[in-house]
Design a protein around this ligand. Structure first.
Ligand SMILES: NC(=O)C1=CN([C@@H]2O[C@H](COP(=O)(O)OP(=O)(O)OC[C@H]3O[C@@H](n4cnc5c(N)ncnc54)[C@H](OP(=O)(O)O)[C@@H]3O)[C@@H](O)[C@H]2O)C=CC1
Ligand SMILES: O=C(O)C1=N[C@H](C(=O)O)C[C@H](O)C1
Length: 266
């Protein structure tokens, strides 16, 4: 599988490149970074700190290398994510996108792309988070209408979006388990003196230090509560999952794929 990684100097791009460089089925073709960076033109292995040179460069123009690849993995910014999507569609290349922070209109463009390319979008590529999502579905189906559901997510001080993409996916899964749409029941932050409204899902985002990622969903009852939590200690679980998604997508026909398909959880 011939792979291009965008943002290879970023936290995720670097780890994805490192994981891909060790994978026997993957040939890294190029990295793509923003123009003007001092690492453009340098060896991808040096830029992503893989411990050895890979013999391919980081370029600043995806269009110049895209025809040589089978799959692109994008964990960058929402602006770059949209550009990568357009190029992938134009050149009919499979795309794994793990970038978060897209608007509903932008997400709709990813869905549309699935009619012409193999497309996998995952706000969270950790295996355990996706198993947690299954647990959330089970609990919400059983007690969603009785419980006060609150989501607390924690990330590092540099994260650009809030609430996290993962917590939005979790909220959607729980809302659908209750036969509702998240937009109709989500409450972001909780200020003022009004009592909690039954049937809502509360969102709370904490940003501090270098916390990689924590998500806790609280199901509050009178006199007891259930908490389901995932903590990552670093970003490697997401990078491993991203590479598994890339390998999965390499021989697929155009269509919309999810990480649940990769993990056989659907
Ligand atoms: N799906 C999942 O499981 C996960 C998703 N994420 C998401 O992935 C995204 C990236 O996160 P993270 O790695 O922490 O962020 P970083 O800020 O560390 O990395 C983003 C990278 O994108 C690069 N970039 C910015 N603009 C461009 C451009 N025009 N062309 C090419 N590259 C560009 C930056 O380059 P430079 O360094 O030169 O500025 C940077 O290296 C976020 O949306 C985050 O929420 C994160 C973890 C897990
Ligand atoms: O920015 C991060 O770090 C992460 N972003 C994703 C998100 O927004 O949910 C996934 C994970 O939580 C790490």
């Amino acid at each position: 599988m011939k792979l291009i990684v965008t943002g290879p100097r970023g936290k995720m791009g670097r780890l994805i490149t490192q994981a891909a460089a060790k994978h026997s089925d993957i040939e890294l073709i190029a990295g793509v970074g923003p123009s003007g960076r001092d690492y453009i033109g340098k060896d991808l292995g040096d830029v992503a700190m893989t411990g050895r040179q890979l013999g391919v460069s980081v370029v600043d123009n995806l269009e110049s290398v895209i025809d040589s690849c089978d799959v692109i993995i994008d964990f960058s910014t929402k602006e770059m994510g949209m550009q990568v999507l357009e190029s992938a569609v134009r050149h009919k290349k499979a795309l794994v996108c793990g970038t978060t922070g897209f608007s509903p209109e932008e997400m709709a463009k990813f869905r549309e792309a699935a009619s012409s390319i193999p497309m996998l979008y995952a706000a969270n590529t950790s295996k355990l988070v996706n198993i947690m999502n299954k647990l959330l579905e089970i609990v919400t189906t059983a007690v969603g209408d009785e419980a006060d559901i609150e989501i607390l997510e924690m990330h590092d001080q540099w994260k650009k979006d809030a609430p996290s993409g993962t917590s939005k996916e979790m909220g959607e899964i729980m809302a659908h388990a209750m036969g509702k749409e998240l937009d109709d029941i989500a409450v972001y932050g909780r200020h003022g003196a009004s009592p909690r409204e039954k049937g809502t899902i509360g969102y709370h985002s904490l940003r501090a230090g270098n916390i990689p990622s924590s998500h806790t969903v609280y199901f509050g009852f009178m006199g007891e509560r259930l908490e389901i939590t995932h903590h990552s200690y670093n970003w490697e679980c997401f990078a491993r999952g991203a590479v598994d998604c890339g390998v999965f997508l390499a021989d697929k026909a155009p269509g919309w794929y999810t990480i649940q398909d990769v993990l056989h959880l659907s």
